[in-house]
Design a protein around this ligand. Sequence first.
Ligand code: GTP
Length: 595
Amino acid sequence: MNQTRIRNFAIIAHIDHGKSTLADRIMEATQTVSQREQHAQLLDDMNVEKAHGVTVKARTVRNYYHADDGQEYEYNLIDTPGHVDFTYEVSKSLAATEGAILLVDATQGVQAQTIANYRIAKRHHLSIIPVINKVDIGSTEVQRTQEQLETLDATFTKARTLLISAKTGLGVHEVLEAIHERIPAPQGHPDQPLKALVFDSLYDAYQGIIAYVRLIDGHVHQNDDLRLMQTGEAFKLKALGTFDPNMQPEKALRTGEVGYVVTGLKDPRAVRVGETLTLKSQPTAAAVTGYSPAQPVVFAGLFPKDNDYETLKSAILKLSLNDTSFSYTEERSEALGMGFRCGFLGAFHLQIIRERLKAEFGLDVLTTAPTVTYQVLLKNGQRLLIQNPVQFPAFSLIEEVQEPFVKAEITMPSDSLSAVLKLVDGHKGELLDMKNDNDLVVIIIKIPLSEIAYHFFSELKSVSHGFASLSTEFLDYEVGDLVKVEVDMNYTAVDALAFIVHRSDVSAMTQALVHQLKRTVPRQLYPTPVQAVVEGKAVARVDVPPLRKNAAVNGDAHSISKKAALLRRQSINKRQAAKNAIKLPQSVFNAILEL
Ligand code: GTP
């Protein structure tokens, strides 16, 4: 395709505003997928995505569009995820495009992720087409949504904003026309050596790593000898092609195009997202710049429920090949046996991985309470990085504990300011700056990562009725008064239940925890004392009552001697049971998570 007729774009939107539905309509209108073959929402083909209705991993698809000007255009649509944990994936996909369709649901208006995604698109200097969706619904607020869009960006005028229904197809033709009219063609130089950005990758058991690439300059052909510029690794290209949306082999990819290359490389870490691919014999002068890999920030233990360690191991390995932002190492727990300590982008990412283990591998896993990374300086001068509370050293050895802080920017309508400030305060956040921007207020805060990593985003959405957006960047480690809480059952510490908190929260949290545990720890034949222990002292305690099963009460119909025999047997069972570890259900770990 002539470079001037290529358009690379993404659809960005808040969750459920209709991105996948619009993508389907575009594929249908360009006959990329005939209506007959089309089953609902082709791009979201991962099972978990279907269950949540959320796009997790970015996809891409090539469409050919016969425009009203008589020309045929190549439309490369790159799908982006909608949840805040996957902002990195959004940024990755947008780096490969020149434009974006900013889709807003007319019944909900501009929402947190609309603003966050708009900002990422601006950072990548994209041409943005504002589109209001779902105008077929009776209760829409098109006028209000239009005003919100114009507040967000003064160029999003009424005349420039398209009104559509992705469901009925109304207005979709105008969107297709706007794509070639408003989004520029890719700029690169076809006669220069190959320079391609790897913006995503996939692992295939037979073909090795398949890299998703956007060609910046030059072209690439079957059998070319290529080199990765960051790692220096060279390989012979096995195959290449485009997505229709399935992989479609081609002989070559040209400047400005988006497609895949089969590297044949088997080490999953060999191809990093953000890598530059070039020719081995004739390399490009400079790599694509400005790319940093995603770092896991939340860590949790994953343990098989049915002692199925080997199955979990192979499942985790496979998942990590497809999701490079997910990390893992082996872990042994006294309470739960062999498992893995895994790193995630956030709490939602953790949930997605759990569900993929269930959906794709039939595996039920126990997840321990998530934690961030702490730095511990020991009295002997040694420095430890702690991503697992089990490794937290005894308090007598510790000189100081440092925790990660982030700088967060929260944008919200001015009427939610006081509720948001209260939320920030409750999470130990410190206000650094505040700016007014039309009807919106932007606050900059400094906050411990542990306070913002788990429930903060959903609480923020709730207090701002969905209107606040959040973006964070790592600041530094700072000294904090942090302690490890150990949970004892039958006076024995259960390693998998330990967690790290601020000392000021110990009293309230441990009281709440033991009362939760009273309900969730499975009842035994004997009363089970459960206590929270901090620095060697019990700070909260409950007794989980025993099962109500007693021969003396239930055995009315039995003779005295039969009752005596039953009681004897029960007392032997009780003594035996006391020695066996209590099998902990997921609800016990959730009790900590929910604090
Ligand atoms: P994520 O992948 O979670 O970000 O969602 P999405 O933005 O891809 O949303 P999706 O396309 O899955 O649409 C969400 C819901 O809105 C679905 O139930 C759609 O059927 C519905 N929907 C999408 N567009 C329209 C529309 O124009 N009108 C109406 N009435 N419903 C729509």
